[in-house]
Write a protein that binds this ligand. Structure first.
Ligand SMILES: Nc1ncnc2c1ncn2[C@@H]1O[C@H](COP(=O)(O)OP(=O)(O)OP(=O)(O)O)[C@@H](O)[C@H]1O
Ligand SMILES: [Mg+2]
Length: 374
């Protein structure tokens, strides 16, 4: 285990010797400073679990040193225990008013000092462990978001292949037409064929570029002001062909103008993709298949509503669909992560993900994103 650092500050060397002797332990490193400025130098370089500091010191007293510590980032977070020779209650009160974590009268009763210092060390270590666990949890969540996204990309693969095949076929056709014209000595239509080819190449690269952007691990990306309508249109790029193949009608009712929303665009697109893929699955058995996507502003929120006229969600499972790994799909078809990851993403955006479903009639999801992201 890493050793815990404690800083002892006193202008009198014999006092430092007493403190050091009392607080020594194999799992601690004790630093010493004989003045406020020297203590500040050390605080700039190290993270201490605790600073034990004499109040009365020439040059810069303990209170002044404490005030200067607040200007240093690592210093702000470090608890300070004052040792004061002033026996009045006011001296104690003053220390606590300033923000000291503790205050002891001098001469200190060593067992009291020792046990208090131990408490600070325990708290410091627990806090560090908690920070580490939190960090690990964040990293796992990021991994989960990325793997769920790759899984949904896999699901969209057939649609994407079709989306790319389409321009390739047109390119092929126009190249052949152009060649025939040239062979016959005609060049009237060649320009038109070449123009079509260029347009189709652009279409295909747009799909590929978008695919690359969507697949990239951007869990660490920054929030940016984004046009939610554009995110919706982007989410259709990878899905539109698949809808066509399944005879699903996509109705778009996008607000004419929307204020920009601070968000991570690819993550919001991931949420949309998850909800659209679910809607698609829910429509499988239907004769008339419709997905309606609406965007609109409502007060301080930008809302995206995705509605399908599919099988609906039975009442008894409506409060379980956001649970990780909850799925009603066959093994191999659904991981049950789509909605739980989506919920996490929307929550991190300080938004809400709502569902309303009437079994047998259809389902309605609403993604609400706040205009002022806090
Ligand atoms: N639009 C919908 N209509 C009907 N049921 C739905 C709809 N959306 C979600 N569900 C239900 O919620 C469950 C959980 O959805 P979720 O997206 O989290 O997982 P999944 O689709 O089963 O698997 P995957 O991880 O591949 O997305 C689904 O299995 C389904 O039962
Ligand atoms: Mg799903």
């Amino acid at each position: 285990m890493e050793k815990t650092k404690i800083l002892l500050v006193d202008d009198q060397p014999d006092q430092l010797i007493i403190l050091k002797h009392a607080l020594q332990a194999s799992d601690r490193i004790l630093f010493e400073a004989t003045s406020g400025p020297k203590a500040l130098d050390l605080i700039r370089k190290h993270t201490f679990a605790l600073v034990v500091m004499d109040v009365m010191m020439p040059e810069m007293n303990g209170f002044e040193t404490f005030a200067a510590m607040q200007q240093i980032e690592s210093g702000q977070k470090t608890p300070v225990m004052f040792l004061t020779a002033d026996q009045t209650d006011e001296a104690m009160a003053r220390s606590y008013e300033l923000g000291a974590a503790d205050c002891l009268h001098k001469p200190v009763t060593l067992p009291i000092l020792q046990s208090k210092v131990q408490v600070f060390i325990d708290v410091f270590r627990q806090k560090k462990q908690l920070e580490l666990a939190n960090w690990e949890l964040k990293a796992t969540q990021a991994q989960l978001i990325q793997s769920a996204k790759l899984a949904s990309l896999g699901e969209m693969a057939t649609g994407i292949a079709h989306e790319l095949n389409q321009p390739l076929m047109v390119i092929n056709l126009n190249a052949e037409l152009g060649l025939d014209d040239l062979q016959e000595g005609l060049d009237t239509n060649v320009k038109e064929s070449l123009e079509t080819i260029v347009a189709q190449v652009r279409r295909a690269s747009r799909v590929i570029n978008h695919l690359k952007a969507f697949g990239r691990d951007n869990t660490k990306s920054e929030y940016q002001p984004e046009d939610v309508n554009q995110i919706i249109l982007d989410s259709f790029i990878l899905i539109r062909e698949r809808l066509k193949l399944r005879n699903i009608r996509l109705e778009e009712h996008l607000a004419a103008t929307l204020p920009l929303v601070s968000c991570k665009a690819v993550q919001i697109e991931q949420v949309l993709a998850n909800i659209l893929l679910n809607a698609m699955d829910a429509l499988e058995e239907r004769d008339e298949k419709i997905i309606r996507v609406r965007s609109f502003q409502e007060g301080n929120w930008v809302n995206v509503e995705i509605e399908d006229n599919g099988v609906g969600i039975p009442q008894v499972i409506q409060n379980r669909i956001f649970d990780p790994f909850f799925t009603t799909k066959e093994v191999g078809r659904g991981t049950g992560l789509g909605l739980s990851v989506s919920y996490g993403i929307v929550q991190e955006h300080s938004g809400c993900l709502l569902v309303h479903s009437e079994p047998g009639k259809g389902t309605n999801f609403i993604i609400k994103l706040p205009l002022e992201h806090v």
